[in-house]
Design a protein around this ligand. Structure first.
Ligand code: CDP
Length: 213
């Protein structure tokens, strides 16, 4: 079973790299951040306060999530656009710190891989918790300003300062939480993407895959 784990903070280039690597290796790709965003979307839609751990936990077991590279469906509703919006971005790190939510998502992520016999997964805890035995674990980093610049190019309706503040706040929550905090796996291949373009990042990682991780 071929599993490649790509972890790192927001704006480090995970999605772009994971997609490109999956297509080079002929594997499917799973954006686990989209799953936490989808749970957050469901809570907001049902009027459940994202900070109410028990209420959010009760919602999760029968939540219908379909996460594919170009579409996210939550309980039959197309949430592809809204899961990237400011309301979900504001609340997602609180939802992702909920142990019951994480436990359920990890089960679904492992089932996704089992059904396909492998894949490229990107997130925060893939190499540390979800697939500690992955063939290759990549941890992407980049300077906070560069990450905020990349992200603010993608979200055209928010100014740079707002995007930078959201990233810094989420980084702090994701790194500081009790369950599965964002941290480099001891055996991760760390790539600082600050001065690199997409092609360069993928070349560096593809070399590593060829070398056998
Ligand atoms: O794309 P971006 O880096 O902005 O974030 P994302 O990958 O869509 O993830 C959104 C949020 O979900 C993160 O800030 C984390 O709080 C959470 N997350 C997580 O806790 N564990 C994962 N494996 C993936 C995402």
């Amino acid at each position: 079973m071929r599993v490649i784990a790509i972890d790192g903070p927001a704006g480090s280039g995970k999605s772009t790299v994971a997609r490109a690597l999956a297509s080079r290796l002929g594997l499917e790709y799973l954006d686990t951040g989209a799953m936490y965003r989808a749970v957050t979307f469901a809570a907001l839609r049902r009027g459940v306060d994202p900070a109410e751990q028990d209420q959010v936990a009760r919602m999760v077991p029968d939540l219908e999530l379909e996460v594919s590279p170009d579409q996210v469906i939550v309980d039959g509703v197309d949430a592809t656009i809204e899961i990237r919006g400011p309301e979900v971005s504001r609340a997602v790190s609180i939802v992702a710190a909920n142990p019951a939510v994480r436990a359920e998502m990890v089960v679904r992520q492992r089932a996704w891989v089992a059904a396909r016999g492998g894949g490229v997964l990107e997130g925060r805890d893939i190499g540390t918790v979800v697939f500690p035995d992955a063939e290759l674990k990549v941890f992407l980093t980049a300077d906070p300003e560069v990450r905020a610049q990349r992200r603010s190019k993608e979200v055209t309706d928010l100014d740079y300062e707002t995007v930078a503040a959201d990233l810094a706040r989420r980084d702090a929550l994701d790194q500081g939480r009790e369950v599965s905090p964002l941290v480099e796996a001891a055996d991760a291949f760390v790539v600082d993407t600050t001065g690199l373009d997409v092609e360069q990042i993928i070349d560096v990682i593809a070399d590593q895959v060829r070398l056998g991780g």
